[in-house]
Design a protein around this ligand. Sequence first.
Ligand SMILES: Cc1cc2nc3c(=O)[nH]c(=O)nc-3n(C[C@H](O)[C@H](O)[C@H](O)COP(=O)(O)O)c2cc1C
Length: 193
Amino acid sequence: MNEIFEPTIALLQRRRSVAPVNLTGPGPTERELDTALRIASRAPDHGKLAPWRFLVFEGAARERAGRLALEIKLADDPLLDEASRQIELGRFSRSPLVIGVISRAAPHVKIPEWEQVLSAGAACMELVIAVNALGYASTWLTEWCAYDVRFRTAIGLAEHERIVGFVHVGRPKFAPEDRPRPALADIVARFPA
Ligand SMILES: Cc1cc2nc3c(=O)[nH]c(=O)nc-3n(C[C@H](O)[C@H](O)[C@H](O)COP(=O)(O)O)c2cc1C
């Protein structure tokens, strides 16, 4: 089979997640961030509901998010050890930029909530592709913060809103190796005639 060199195909074939600790600065410029967010907001969206929104953590705001994470962990365990405290404090500061992708899916007269959630996942992936196309690397994480209602409330989410992902963005410290991918034979079938 001939290799395809069309840039988008090449990018998608090459893209790998890079763990936040292996992402360094400088992060995207304001213009690049604007570009990536505009691309993310072009995700397929049945009913044009924009059932998602984005929350940008940059600069000192990353440290504030870490302090909020630590407060919650300390409420659960006031004797939390020092190493764990540092992990929470640094949770949003591991990479130069973190973009929270938030699902706003809600009951709708015509559009199933499921489709709104799918659209939010698509927006998150569009964001990942855009930042990679701009020359950065990323990782889409949820971690405990995404599932803790106290944390979601602390960062301003409404009760029905959910975290799709925290997309960590930066420059990769090294080129990641690929990981094993599923064999198409295991995941693709031809619907019989
Ligand atoms: C919704 C979602 C949440 C994820 N959350 C985490 C996470 O909390 N921690 C983690 O290590 N990987 C998480 N991942 C996996 C990484 O984003 C990434 O896909 C994985 O490390 C494989 O790397 P690849 O993107 O290069 O295939 C999540 C992926 C998705 C789609």
